[in-house]
Each structure stands twice: as C-alpha cells, then as structure tokens.
Design a protein around this ligand. Structure first.
Ligand code: AMP
Length: 215
C-alpha cells in the first residue's frame, strides 16, 4: 500500500522545507496547496482574484475548491506510489475528504506534526525569503543566504518575500491555524496516525526524525 505523508504544523513550522527534502530523497511528489494557490498569482480570473484576497487576509480558501484541486492533483500518474501533502488538510472537512480519498486510492495516511512553539513562528515567517528560480527557502534570521538577498545557487536571483509573510497577515494566519487547523492534531492522534517531531532543531536532524517515522 502506498503512503500519503501529511505534514502538519503551524505556518512557519518548516513544512515546506521538509516536504522538499522528502520529495528529493523519497522520490515522492510534494503537493502544496499554498503553492497551487500562489501559482494563480498572474491569473486575472475572478476566482484567482478571490483566492488572492483570501490569502492576503490570512484566511482559508473554501473547502470545496481546495478539496477539488487536491483530488485532481493526486489523481495524476506520479502520485500512484504515494505523495506528500504540505498544507492540506487544514479543516475537519478537508481531513474527512482525505480519509475518503485514501480509501479510494487504497493508500494509508501517516500524519507528521512538526512541533514549534508559537513564539518562534512569527519570526520564522517574517524572516522567510525564497529563490524565485529554485524555490529554495532562506530566512534572514535563521538561515541567511551566503550573499545578501541572493540565492546561493542562483547568484542572479534576488530573493523574494511571500506576499502573505508580512506581520499583519502572519498574525491572522496564526489565528486561523489555532481556530481551524489545530483541532486536526487530535483527529489524527485519536486515529492513531500521528507522529510528532520537535521542529526547533536543525532541518537535517528533523528530516532524519521524519524519515524514521514515515518508513
Ligand atoms: P501555505 O503556503 O501552506 O502557508 O498557504 C498559504 C495560504 O494559502 C494560506 O494562508 C491559505 O490562504 C491558502 N491555503 C493553503 N492551503 C490551504 C488549505 N488546505 N485550505 C485552505 N486554504 C489553504
């Protein structure tokens, strides 16, 4: 049976960093609903505009749309040996739909909570910068690039900050997480599917811990 690895944790906990490492090393596709929504950035449709407004407010995109996108993406051929979910599910309705999806696809779910105390998260998010070419994630406080504001691997690429990583949106996103997503931890715990790793350590050490837990 193939596995669905669900990365859980607050925004800024390091889900994206770990999803990238898992993808590279376990050769499973990483599906980030946040990335899917961000890819609508240049689209001018009313739906794309609505998604952008929701993200700027730090709220959640409606379940129906989010679930449909995940269903479509995970039906693709590269997901047949399993996949990694980064940022999905975020609501009880999404978690229930994932249960159903796993059953239909005959996959098993393992949820990994990357646990980071609230007081660290705000700095992690406001300090975050990405390479626009390879998407490598840096942090001006915790993991600065070798040269100021350019990617180590792409010296011509100025790092960019996500539109929703400003202080105001960050606080709204953390509140959304507390209200809507944190209850899912109990859902997976009760189902016996939850593994918890300490997300305050070096990303490589966290990775080893996650790998051990999902094998
Ligand atoms: P992320 O990159 O995972 O932090 O997601 C960025 C933003 O995309 C979130 O603040 C939400 O507005 C939206 N988003 C991402 N994943 C979901 C989801 N599973 N359900 C609803 N909205 C989402």
């Amino acid at each position: 049976m193939a596995k669905i690895i669900v990365l859980m944790g607050a925004p800024g906990a390091g889900k994206g960093t770990q999803a990238r490492l898992l993808q590279e090393r376990l050769h499973l596709p990483q599906i980030s609903t946040g990335d899917i929504f961000r890819s609508l950035k240049h689209s001018q449709t009313p739906l794309a505009q609505e998604v952008r407004d929701i993200m700027t407010r730090g709220h959640l995109v409606p379940d129906e749309l989010t679930i449909r996108l995940v269903k479509e993406r995970t039906a693709q051929d590269d997901c047949k040996d399993g996949y990694i979910l980064d940022g999905f599910p975020r609501t009880p309705a999404q978690a229930r739909s994932l249960e159903q999806l796993a059953e239909e696809q005959q996959n098993t779910i393992v949820a990994v909570l990357i646990d980071v105390p609230l007081e660290l998260l705000e700095k992690r998010m406001t300090g975050r910068r990405n390479c626009p070419v390879c998407n490598e994630i840096y942090n001006i406080y915790f993991k600065p690039p070798r040269n100021d504001n350019v990617c180590d691997l792409h010296p011509d690429a100025e790092l960019v900050q996500r539109a929703d990583d400003n202080s105001e949106t960050v606080r709204a996103r953390l509140a959304t997480y507390e209200q809507q997503t944190r209850p899912l931890i109990e859902f997976y715990e009760t189902a016996g599917l939850l593994r918890t790793v300490d997300g305050t350590r070096d990303p490589e050490v966290i990775y080893q811990d996650i790998e051990r837990n999902v094998k």
